[in-house]
Design a protein around this ligand. Structure first.
Ligand code: GLC
Ligand code: CA
Length: 581
């Protein structure tokens, strides 16, 4: 297809923000690096790998939750917002991490889980102890309707959103697991508690937050029943979210009482946003600095769950990314990811089977990191970690994988098939320990790892790749260095995105362009860079629209730029071109 681009789709680049040019890295602490042999990654583990991350070119680290938690949902169920989970270390160690990161000019961003807390949190315990008292109003306690539940919503992790409050005729609401009661954002007292907590962490020196599941904080407090959409007679809670309006007011209140005062960086995890609200979310003075771009990931949303999820088709993938880029650049910046702790590994998901190798991995990384937006790498992505082999559903820890497996079975999917499907989609694919070396335990721990290590650690690991100039790891280093280089930083940060070669099969290609006017706005001359990838098996020759000036990066020696651009199968090239024809 031919991409249609209107010139007026470019936003003005005048308002520079401190975080625009940062390259971020997500750490899933439990699986990053264990220093005391208990099989669980820890804060000291993060500290000891800061130099590794610095060398990779990372400016900002988002750490998945390290607060006190019963770990029903791996730390996304917080029982004390002011405490560090002893599994990870102490507050002193966290402060040491902040200081060590600062020495290396690395910003630390915490995970902020404020749609819900843990059922072990003091507030919930007090609410249960006195269901008519003030803490009950920190949550949604509701009486049932017509002898049944207050509404027919299905929680994200399966089953009803309502759980009985013992000793009463009431139920409490949970969008996720029953151990994760939702907080009542209509209550100003609750909001103030959250704001105080956020400001406390800001004062400590964190640079901002990744904000979990935030769209869910706005409820239609009448909880109207919805049309059932599954054999359980329930309706997915996300459908209720889609129909709810007014989250913006809550988000503005949140921002103005916290982040705005500190010029914090915030990245929202936002699904089911009303598309027309994008400017309110991430425009100049939006609710957040940025939100993640999940447009490619949502392509595999099943109607009823993982079992009826469609596979990823190249053309749809390309279209999803291109359309998203074109929309977003009118407004602001999104955070680009290939994977995170909730998604399968991108190499196993977005690449055809023949491309799940070093060349293909480099190709996918190049596209993701040079799109317009803030790149977020997920631990292990820089060495091309892949999905794990799962032999049984018993091997999963993840609450969602277990539920999806049951859902598939209940829908009549045979065992083998349910296992195969859920193995592909399982969140645990991203949560297996980081592969530091080919030694036992993948160099992640001296003890017994809390979670299965991907058996391919002897082929894919940091240590081997550090010794191989041609490795995925070295390529990522070069790629990030290129993105941040003095000559190209402006075009990769502020340059407009313009897709090209859309009518070619298997080609994902785009320009990043800083035209003269935009160049002047950021104190730079104009530039045009072509990023072109061939997701096909066979070599392709593309006619160059603009004269090639300099090959900036290429993943295969067979790639050539002369009058035409030759890309080998799984080839990607970053080519500086003449600005004009
Ligand atoms: C977000 C997190 C996910 C968690 C959920 C509930 O989606 O990324 O890991 O399970 O929120 O907190
Ligand atoms: Ca440990």
């Amino acid at each position: 297809m031919q991409w249609k681009i209107k010139e007026e789709t470019r936003m003005k680049t005048k308002m520079k923000k401190w975080w625009h040019d940062k390259v971020a890295y997500q750490i899933y602490p439990k699986s990053f690096y264990d220093t005391n042999g208990d099989g669980i990654g820890d804060i000291q583990g993060i500290i000891s790998k800061l130099d590794y991350l610095k060398e990779l070119g990372i400016d900002l680290i988002w750490i998945s939750p390290i607060y006190k938690s019963p770990f029903v949902d791996q730390g996304y169920d917080i029982s004390d917002y002011y405490g560090i989970a002893p599994e990870f270390g102490t507050m002193e160690e966290f402060e040491e991490l902040l200081a060590e990161a600062k020495k290396r000019d690395i910003y630390i961003v915490m995970d902020l889980v404020i749609n819900h807390c843990s059922d072990q949190h003091e507030w919930f315990q007090k609410a249960l102890a006195d269901p008519e008292g003030e803490y009950a109003d920190y949550f949604y306690f509701r009486e049932g309707k017509n002898g049944g539940l207050p509404s027919n919503y299905r929680s994200y992790f399966g089953g009803s959103c309502w759980e009985p409050v013992p000793g009463t005729n009431k139920y409490y609401f949970h969008a996720f697991a029953k151990e994760q009661p939702d907080l009542n954002w209509e209550n100003p007292k609750l909001r103030q508690e959250i704001y105080d907590m956020i400001n406390w962490w800001m004062e400590k020196g964190v640079a901002g937050f990744r904000i979990d599941a935030i769209i869910n904080i706005k409820k239609d407090v009448n909880f109207p029943d919805l049309e059932p959409d599954g054999p359980d007679g329930l309706a997915g809670y996300s459908r209720a979210v889609e129909q709810t309006h007014g989250v913006g007011e809550l988000l503005e209140d949140l921002k103005n009482n916290t982040f705005a005062k500190y010029d914090a960086f915030t990245v929202g995890e936002v699904f089911n946003m009303h598309e027309e609200e994008l400017p309110e979310f991430i425009g100049e003075d939006g609710h957040f600095s940025t939100i993640f771009d999940f447009s490619a990931h949502c392509l595999s949303d099943g109607e009823h769950g993982w079992y009826d999820a469609p596979g990823i088709d190249f053309n749809q993938w390309r279209k999803a990314i291109v359309n998203s880029q074109l929309e977003v650049q009118k407004v602001g910046y999104k955070a680009n990811i290939i994977e995170n702790h909730d998604e399968p590994r991108g190499v196993s998901r977005f690449l055809p089977e023949y491309a799940r190798n070093a060349a293909g991995t480099k190709m996918l990384g190049t596209i993701s990191l040079l799109l317009r937006g803030i790149p977020f790498l997920y631990q292990g992505q820089e060495i091309g970690m892949q999905n794990c082999v799962w032999n049984s559903s018993e091997e999963w820890d993840d609450i969602s994988s277990k539920d999806q497996y049951q859902t598939a079975r209940a829908a009549g999917v045979p065992k083998e098939e349910a296992l195969r499907i859920c193995a592909e989609m399982s969140r645990d694919n991203a949560r297996t320990p980081m592969q530091w070396s080919g030694e036992k335990g993948a160099g992640f721990t001296q003890g017994t790892p809390w979670m299965k290590v991907n058996p391919n650690y002897s082929q894919i690991n940091v240590k081997d790749q550090q010794m191989d100039e041609d490795s995925v790891l070295h390529y990522y280093q070069k790629l990030i260095a290129l993105r941040k280089s003095k000559e190209l930083k402006e075009v990769f940060t502020y340059g407009r995105f313009a897709p090209v070669y859309g009518e070619w099969d298997n080609i994902m290609a785009f320009y990043r362009i800083l035209d003269e006017e935009a160049g002047q706005e950021v104190g730079n001359a104009g530039k045009r860079v072509l990023i072109a990838a061939n997701f096909g098996k066979d070599s392709v020759e593309l006619p160059l629209e603009y004269q090639g000036k300099k090959v900036l990066l290429s993943n295969l020696p067979e790639n050539q730029a002369e009058d035409n651009l030759t890309l080998a199968g799984c080839g990607v090239m970053v080519l500086e071109c003449a600005l004009h024809e």
